[in-house]
Design a protein around this ligand. Structure first.
Ligand SMILES: NC(=O)c1ccc[n+]([C@@H]2O[C@H](COP(=O)([O-])OP(=O)(O)OC[C@H]3O[C@@H](n4cnc5c(N)ncnc54)[C@H](OP(=O)(O)O)[C@@H]3O)[C@@H](O)[C@H]2O)c1
Length: 271
């Protein structure tokens, strides 16, 4: 029998990767406002500490953080061992991790394939695809098989289209989409939900990272248009995770109103 009760996130453990800035930090605040218990991971611990403190003020039932580099299997193992100490175990041996947000990632450089750099390609694929696989593999045994748990993967419009200079990033996010679809098959019957949220232009630290600290280049990406905010995406994450357990939101493509396609953006004159 299907019951239409919203899935309550109150006192549920929510693990967010890449929680030190952008979507991840906003997600921490948004899940906190639902009374969730947070497990936050990223490489910048000083940032995580601030995000956790803000989350507690926003209503989190708990907010813990630990260093995490998703591009390292050893780091993911250490992080998940720490997660286990926080969430405890159920009698059924499954854990109590109710929501996994695979958000850590980003783009590195905007070079053509002809001018591409190994380090940029490797970091892009390591974090967005292999990192997601590593974290998910380690987290799945900790997720309860009863209906309601969710895995939210953060993809991108880049995984659904192509633009010059983004070969590795487009490949990585197309990979993320493929992994999400595969998981949907593999998790069928477990009650664990999985889906992807794929944003268009959103103003976070994304472009600063892509352009290796060049703030002017980063600002130009959003010049004269109204981009999405991290809060817009966090709100969607909470909405997806709190649908009734029989509802799986498979794929969401969300763009600013000012963006019709990857390279088709409405810009007002900048004064
Ligand atoms: N902003 C956009 O326009 C946009 C659009 C579509 C999709 N996305 C995707 O959204 C996700 C979040 O990006 P954002 O926009 O919020 O950018 P952001 O502000 O740069 O945040 C990226 C987060 O990922 C973390 N991260 C990066 N590499 C990591 C690693 N190896 N291990 C652990 N954490 C790592 C960063 O933390 P540390 O540096 O502290 O480790 C940071 O918390 C990414 O997957 C990105 O590809 C962004």
């Amino acid at each position: 029998m299907t019951t239409r009760m919203k899935y309550s996130l109150k006192n549920k453990w929510v693990l967010i990767t890449g929680a030190s800035s952008g979507f991840g930090a906003a997600a921490a605040r948004a899940f906190a406002a639902e009374g969730a218990k947070l497990l936050l991971g990223a490489r910048r611990i000083d940032r995580l500490e601030k995000v956790a403190a803000r989350a507690v003020k926003a209503g989190a039932a708990a907010a813990h953080f630990h260093e995490l580099d998703v591009s390292s299997t050893a780091s993911v193992k250490t992080f998940m061992a720490w997660v286990k100490t926080k969430i405890g175990r159920r009698k059924s041996a499954a854990g109590n991790l109710h929501v996994l947000v695979n958000n850590a990632g980003g783009a590195h450089g905007l070079d053509s394939v002809a001018a591409g750099k190994d380090a940029d390609w490797e970091t892009t694929l390591q974090t967005n695809v292999l990192g997601l696989l590593r974290v998910t593999r380690a987290a799945l045994p900790l997720m309860p098989p009863d209906a309601g748990a969710s895995i939210l993967n953060i993809g991108s419009i880049a995984g659904r289209t192509a633009y010059a200079g983004a070969a590795a990033y487009c490949a990585a996010k197309a990979g993320e989409l493929a992994v999400t679809r595969v998981l949907r098959h593999e998790l069928l019957g477990t009650g664990i939900r999985v889906g992807t949220i794929d944003p268009g232009l959103a103003e976070t630290e994304f472009s600063v990272v892509r352009f290796k600290g060049d703030k002017k280049k980063a600002d130009d990406v959003y010049a004269g248009m109204n981009p999405l905010t991290a809060e817009d995406i966090a709100e969607i994450m909470v909405w997806v995770a709190s649908r009734p357990p029989h509802v799986n939101i498979d794929e969401i493509l969300v763009k600013p109103t000012d963006q019709a396609e990857m390279g088709k953006v409405f810009r007002r004159p900048v004064k």
